[in-house]
Write a protein that binds this ligand. Structure first.
Ligand SMILES: [Zn+2]
Length: 185
């Protein structure tokens, strides 16, 4: 498996450097052998080059596992089934082989170009300062999030909102109502 450094797309919006700490337990992440995930949601403005990072965080595997257990089993299985049914094996294999940056250029499910997504989320599985390419980074468009949302139970949506409210205060400059955020733990 090729070794890849973490693309800058996954750097912390706040510091513009790699995430160093788990948002939940503050564990240091950049030692080799420490596995964690990074998730980031971004808004594009049509016709403008400006982008807004809606949220971004790094979560160590222990905390991610704990969150997964809080998400209802049905919701978790529905999300997994959605991704299985809507992505093909070739795409998944290709995503492991090509440069990670390539995976971020279009939606893994809908193939929409990143510039045409009003909103999108990117996800990476990391090990220290490298990517874990067994689970290659990907991007999903807002359209996919809209399709995932109805598959989740109310309890799961509450859990995800609870996580968001705990760590992120709503941005007062975003006047539109904030739709529930989907965690891809
Ligand atoms: Zn943690």
């Amino acid at each position: 498996m090729n070794e890849h450094a973490i693309p800058k797309d996954f750097y912390s919006f706040e510091t513009n450097t790699p995430f160093e700490r788990c948002i939940e337990c503050d564990k240091y992440l950049l030692n080799e052998g420490t596995e964690y995930i990074i998730e980031k949601a971004v808004k594009n403005y049509e016709g403008y080059p400006a982008k807004d990072t809606v949220f971004d965080y790094a979560l160590c595997m222990e905390c991610a596992e704990r969150m997964r257990k809080e998400i209802s089993k049905e919701s978790w299985e529905s999300m997994m089934r959605y991704f299985q049914e809507n992505t093909d094996l070739m795409t998944r294999l290709e995503m492991q082989e090509r440069l990670p940056e390539e995976n971020l250029k279009s939606c893994m499910v809908k193939k929409t170009n990143i510039d045409d997504c009003r909103e999108y989320q990117i996800y990476a599985h990391c090990n220290g300062n490298k990517l874990n390419m067994e689970n290659p980074p990907y991007m999903i468009s807002g359209e996919v999030m809209d399709e995932l949302l109805p598959l989740l139970s109310d309890k799961t949506v509450d859990e995800m909102n609870g996580f968001m409210n705990k760590h992120f205060s709503p941005d007062p400059s975003i006047m539109e109502p904030v739709s529930p955020r989907i965690l891809l733990v």
